[in-house]
Design a protein around this ligand. Structure first.
Ligand code: CP
Length: 311
């Protein structure tokens, strides 16, 4: 069965069946990354272009590794070394890349909506690898895979998402995907960092970290975006940390088996304490590992290989 969408621009457009299929396919691909020769011929002859206009460690590397593990040819382009610096606009850049007949474009951009815009000008499927404060759908999918791998299912699980909800593309993608999968979402943070009106979307809002995580299965800590500190939304990082850093003390009343996730990069000691980050309940590196499997699954399913044997 193929996905109901040609592009991965947002988790809003993914059905429950789509998400289940992506997670199941990713699960079936995990084993490839444990082999001594980590490569299968599934996407031999396919060409993937990673077009990154914003810095990235995890997302860009895992898209590249995912393509290579499936034997696709992968080309990486960063905004700072492309002809964008000479003034070429993003639509022309994408159309020129498409003239070289790639099979898929992976796009990260600092402006919300760029991957969706490009999808109107090129025929190749586009994966949004993070656009401004809008969405980061493959991150949400790898988060769901990580949670499902540890809990067996997603339906009915309670999640607290802590931090700058307003500016987080990770939160936006996760909230939609988690609700689609029947999970209960609570957001936690200081009032300036939480959009108004979330309750009407079925999302609980809390401003108290300790009580908000008492009954949840999963706590997702978001990165405090230091680049936004000049917007006057926080009085100081120290004050934020005093109230919202995930510490052992804040976790004292939480479930013993609570799962702790964070999309990275981490500001150590600001949003999560060092000992919590390194504790067995922290799945941060497990998320990164799962990112490769999720991106392999997205390539495989979007390139129309969904009915073939992946191995
Ligand atoms: N989680 C995430 O998107 O990390 P990078 O910015 O390093 O890709």
């Amino acid at each position: 069965m193929l996905l109901s969408t040609k592009n991965i621009l947002s988790t809003k457009e993914l059905t429950k069946q789509d998400i289940q299929q992506i997670l199941d396919t990713a699960d079936s691909f995990k084993e490839i990354s444990t082999r001594s020769i980590k490569k299968v011929p599934t996407l031999r002859g396919k060409t993937i272009i990673n077009l990154f206009f914003e810095p990235s460690t995890r997302t860009r590397t895992s898209f590249e590794i995912a393509g290579k593990r499936l034997s696709a040819d992968v080309i990486n382009i960063s905004g700072s070394t492309s002809s964008a610096v000479k003034g070429e606009n993003i639509i022309d850049t994408a159309r020129n890349l498409e003239a070289m007949t790639p099979d898929i474009l992976v796009v990260r951009h600092q402006c919300s909506g760029v991957p969706a815009l490009l999808s109107q000008f090129v025929d190749s499927p586009i994966i949004n690898a993070g656009d401004g404060a809008h969405e980061h759908p493959s991150q949400a999918l790898l988060d769901l895979l990580t949670i499902r791998s540890h809990r067996g299912n997603l339906e009915g699980l309670k999640v607290a998402i802590v931090g700058d909800i307003t500016h987080s593309r990770v939160a936006r993608s996760n909230i939609k995907a988690m609700q689609t999968m029947g999970m209960k979402v609570r957001v936690v943070g200081p009032p300036p960092l939480i959009p108004v009106g979330l309750e009407s979307l079925g999302i609980e809002v809390s401003h108290n970290l300790t009580t908000a995580i008492e009954d949840v299965d999963v706590v997702m800590i978001l990165r405090i975006q230091l680049e936004r500190q000049n917007q006057g939304l926080l009085s100081s990082l120290r004050e934020y940390s005093n109230y919202f850093c995930l510490t052992a003390k804040a976790l004292a009343k939480a479930r013993d088996d609570i799962l702790i996730i964070h999309p990275g990069p981490v500001n150590r000691g600001i949003e999560i304490a060092l000992d919590v980050m390194e504790s067995p309940r922290s799945l941060i590196l497990n998320q990164v590992t799962n990112g490769v499997a999720i991106r392999m699954a997205l390539f495989y399913l979007l390139l129309g290989e969904g009915n073939a044997n992946p191995n």
